[in-house]
Write a protein that binds this ligand. Structure first.
Ligand code: NAD
Length: 260
């Protein structure tokens, strides 16, 4: 991920957002989004708002709805109560906040455990708190990662959290059968600043480019819509095809310089 990049940021961002007509009608639907103050979550929030939904965010960063740490049980209870007191029900829950990454060498017990609380326990507990209040046609979308199935060194806490949320997805899909559809998305490399990468960074991806937040947000809205009414317990990997590559040194232009 350290190749050359051309920053066409502003142009591309404007172009994509202008081109991205919101195809869905979520008028007056209540959407809860965790980690919605920046990045992919912010884009998901903007797309839902453009489709007419009421968005309730929770983030440690400043935002219009609720500032709090998802790793804290009481905070989750206070947040869920606020949503229900104000709106009485939830249509869609998007568990998006990013857990921190630490590795087997430098990660402490506390670091690892904190990542699981943000990445797995909070999605579980928010789903549980909202369970009595999900409206007809409700949907949960969990944001996992392609790292739920593949790894780089020293990424244990993040990878474990992503494996956890992917598995939590199919467990909850069964527990909520007939009531709430539950799906997950595993993004690959998503550049939240809409940077356009060229050269190997782009062409290594079978789709020919690095992803952007709209690639994920569009799928979230689709999964929440009636068009996805027969889809539950599923994981959709949106990674430009990277996890489908079979890579061998010396084949197809791939080469490895082993570190001694
Ligand atoms: N960007 C990528 O390349 C990529 C790839 C795969 C998966 N993902 C996943 O997509 C989701 C969004 O990623 P992103 O790139 O937008 O991340 P980001 O770091 O830009 O944004 C994450 C948001 O979560 C919030 N957050 C983190 N910890 C929190 C806590 N304890 N309590 C409340 N809020 C908290 C942050 O403040 C931030 O607003 C994450 O689940 C991430 O793991 C991202």
């Amino acid at each position: 991920m350290n190749g050359r990049s051309t920053v066409l940021q502003a142009k591309v961002c404007a172009l994509l957002q202008g081109r991205s007509k919101v195809m869905f009608d979520f008028k007056n639907k209540i959407v809860v989004i965790t980690g919605g103050a920046r990045g992919i979550g912010k884009c998901i929030a903007a797309q839902f708002s453009a489709a007419g939904a009421v968005v309730c965010l929770i983030d440690v960063l400043d935002n219009d709805y609720f500032v709090g740490d998802l790793a804290d049980k009481t905070t989750l209870e206070v947040f869920a109560k606020k949503v229900i007191d104000e709106y009485g029900h939830v249509d869609y829950l998007i568990n998006n906040a990013a857990p921190k990454s630490c590795g087997i060498t430098n990660g402490s017990y506390e670091d690892f455990e904190y990542a699981q609380r943000v990445g797995v326990t909070a999605p579980f507990y928010l789903s549980k708190l909202f369970a009595p209040y999900f409206a007809e046609g409700a949907s949960i979308v969990n944001i996992s990662s392609s790292r739920d199935r593949m790894s780089q060194p020293e990424t244990e806490s993040y990878t474990a959290a992503k494996g956890g949320i992917s598995a939590l997805t199919h467990a909850m899909a069964i527990s909520f059968s007939g009531k709430v559809r539950v799906n997950s998305i595993s993004p690959g490399w998503i550049d939240n600043n809409y940077i356009v990468y060229e050269g190997a960074d782009a062409v290594q991806q079978p789709a020919g480019r690095v992803g952007n937040p709209l690639d994920i947000a569009n799928m979230v809205l689709y999964l929440c819509s009636d068009m996805a009414g027969f889809l539950t317990g599923e994981n959709i990997c949106i990674d430009g095809g990277m996890t489908r590559h079979m890579i061998y040194h010396g084949d197809c232009g791939w080469s490895l310089e082993p570190k001694n």
